[in-house]
Design a protein around this ligand. Structure first.
Ligand SMILES: *Cc1c(COP(=O)(O)O)cnc(C)c1O
Length: 214
């Protein structure tokens, strides 16, 4: 079930602040996605390749699909032909594979580099030095467009902790302001207001729009 009121309020608030909303539709039905599409939403985020491949052909072709989950290199080939932006690029191996697939399809792939900012060990991403190294060698990946950075904060209610993690990401983004970076993707249902205050320009929101996932 789509929460129409939450969507209306959210889009009004975010558009005024020039923040792009990615509606995270993992584990949600095609009918739910279509309902939000009919309200005007075009950017949707998915976490699982198989699930995305099942839904994508059943939905309108002008949806911009964002891949936001951990992507295994051997699955990059399935989404490279149509994905609008891969937020969660977290290894050199994945960069190589995405570049290879983009070349094969003769279609560049837009990517964000995921910076590891959480204190939990379950999350993925490069450390700061890793990001610097990738960007120093980005001519190795001529078929990839490096659009910016993505991060996932700790699962925490501690506002100071969240702000600290978000600032790491924002500082890194500012360090590379000369790289044609335009996107900094952070903020989810429970922390997006703080994220926007800390400089996010792309938030990824699921449960607030679609209700809790089972
Ligand atoms: C699931 C997920 C989201 C959305 O989470 P909600 O709490 O439902 O808003 C955002 N980003 C990533 C990477 C996710 O996996």
């Amino acid at each position: 079930m789509v929460n129409t009121e939450a969507y209306t309020n959210l889009t009004a608030d975010l558009s005024q602040k020039n923040v792009t909303l990615i509606a995270v539709s993992k584990m949600k039905t095609v009918a739910d996605i279509k309902a939000l599409y009919d309200l005007g939403q075009r950017d949707f985020g998915e976490n699982y390749v198989q699930e995305l491949l099942e839904k994508q052909p059943l939905l309108p072709a002008d949806i911009r699909w964002h891949f936001i989950g951990h992507l295994q290199s051997n699955k990059a080939k399935y989404i490279a032909p149509f994905i609008h932006l891969v937020h969660s690029v977290d290894s050199e191996g994945l960069l190589k594979e995405l570049n290879k697939q983009a070349k094969k399809n003769n279609k560049p792939v837009n990517v964000l580099l995921q910076l590891y900012i959480a204190k939990e060990e379950t999350k993925f991403g490069f450390d700061e030095e890793g990001i610097r190294q990738v960007l120093a060698n980005k001519q190795q990946f001529p078929m990839l467009y490096f659009k910016g950075l993505m991060g996932m904060a700790s699962f925490s209610e501690n506002e100071q902790q969240l702000r600290k993690e978000f600032r790491l990401l924002k500082n890194m983004f500012d360090e590379f302001s000369s790289e044609d970076f335009s996107i900094i993707s952070f903020g989810m249902s429970n922390d997006y207001t703080i994220a926007v205050e800390e400089g996010s320009n792309m938030v990824r929101i699921g449960s607030l729009l679609f209700g809790r996932r089972d």
